[in-house]
Design a protein around this ligand. Structure first.
Ligand SMILES: *Cc1c(COP(=O)(O)O)cnc(C)c1O
Length: 348
């Protein structure tokens, strides 16, 4: 094994059988039945002995239409994690530095290290907002070729304000990547800052809002010159025929997707208010999950007692900078009710 990888840990998120699963920020609802029917019908017509469309033309066109950009500005892959991996294989690698602002999505630093890059970890303020003095310090010291923001940020839930994203973009010596896996739940998107002359990349996924975590499909929107380089780096035929169909058809259900987003946002507000009435610090969220820190009982104990009731949430209590914190994904109304009533018992 490569020496530089020996100390790395893999991705850990327990997959256990429980009644109420609120730990990985998926949609609580399956895709619309009409999507499933259309998908099955198209699958039966696929020429399975042939390689799929290597450039995924129709899928790219559909995504481009959704965001009002050119198909040449869209790159799709097997989950936004593979999108980020391709991006980092292209723009990071040995001898280069990637900047993150912690705590944030662990995979940004992890994938960067897999490519052989050095990771410069900046610190967020105590309330998890972006500290602009720290951003300037990290960028000046590390001169990163790739700088990551995540908005809304996982696992904190906080949205980056437009003014801060603009400021970071003005300072980076290389590329700024804004991971918007939860972008649809937020009030603002960095998509509005996209421009052919601006080194800005926005990544999105079908896993969360689109109810398609099982499909493994994500994409980025970027200047055309970025996408052209990624197309050289990614493996040929990486997107199978079924996935291309799944994604293209999903894009014809925008209204259903938006209704789900509305529901999740209203449930998020209901949960935040109810949890704030308990002995719990609740962080403001623009996503489909809520980060919180119980004050009366240790976070880890709360997590275990919920699991004893067959309710699984994410235990972040042992992660750096997140001591005592837990993260709950917004579920169905019934799941949320069950979570709230169990939490009120175990957190006091
Ligand atoms: C869930 C998540 C992803 C991963 O998305 P996939 O498309 O399922 O690979 C990427 N970024 C963030 C911040 C996430 O929370």
């Amino acid at each position: 094994m490569r020496d530089d990888l020996r100390a790395l840990e893999g991705y850990h998120s327990p997959q256990v059988q429980v009644r109420v699963r609120l730990n990985t920020n998926e949609s609580p609802f399956p895709p619309p039945a009409a999507w499933r029917d259309a998908f099955a019908a198209e699958l039966s017509r696929v020429e399975w002995h042939r390689y799929p469309d290597r450039a995924a033309h129709l899928l790219r066109e559909g995504i481009a239409d959704l965001h009002g950009v050119l198909p040449e500005q869209v790159f799709a892959a097997n989950g936004s994690n593979e999108v980020l991996q391709t991006l980092l294989l292209t723009y990071a690698g040995p001898g280069r530095t990637v900047a993150t602002f912690e705590p944030t999505y662990q995979l940004h630093g992890h994938i960067a290290r897999l490519t052989g890059a050095t990771v410069a970890e900046g610190e967020r303020a105590d309330d998890f907002t972006l500290d602009m003095a720290e951003v300037s310090r990290v960028i000046a010291d590390a001169r990163p070729t790739v700088t990551f923001l995540c908005s809304p940020n996982n696992p904190t839930g906080l949205e980056e304000p437009e003014s801060k994203v603009r400021e970071v973009l003005a300072q980076v010596p290389g590329m700024l990547v804004v991971d918007e896996a939860y972008g649809q739940f937020a009030g603002w998107s960095a998509l509005s800052l996209l421009d052919e002359d601006v080194p800005l990349v926005i990544s999105r996924t079908f896993s969360k809002t689109w109810s398609m975590a099982g499909t493994r499909l994500g994409y980025l929107v970027a200047p055309t010159w970025v996408v052209a380089e990624l197309d050289k780096v990614v493996l040929p035929y990486h997107l199978d025929a079924a996935k291309q169909i799944a994604g293209r058809l999903a894009l014809t259900f925008v209204d259903e997707m938006e209704a789900r987003v509305q529901f999740v946002v209203s449930e998020r507000e209901r949960l935040s208010i109810a949890m704030s009435a308990m002995p719990i610090d609740v962080f403001p969220s623009g996503a489909n999950f809520i980060l919180f820190r119980p004050r009366a009982v240790e976070g880890r104990a709360v997590w275990q007692r919920l699991l004893d009731r067959s309710i699984l949430i994410r235990d972040c209590s042992g992660w750096p900078r997140l001591s005592g914190c837990l993260r709950v994904t917004i579920g169905t109304r019934e799941e949320n009710d069950e979570f709230l009533s169990a939490l009120s018992e175990v957190a006091r």
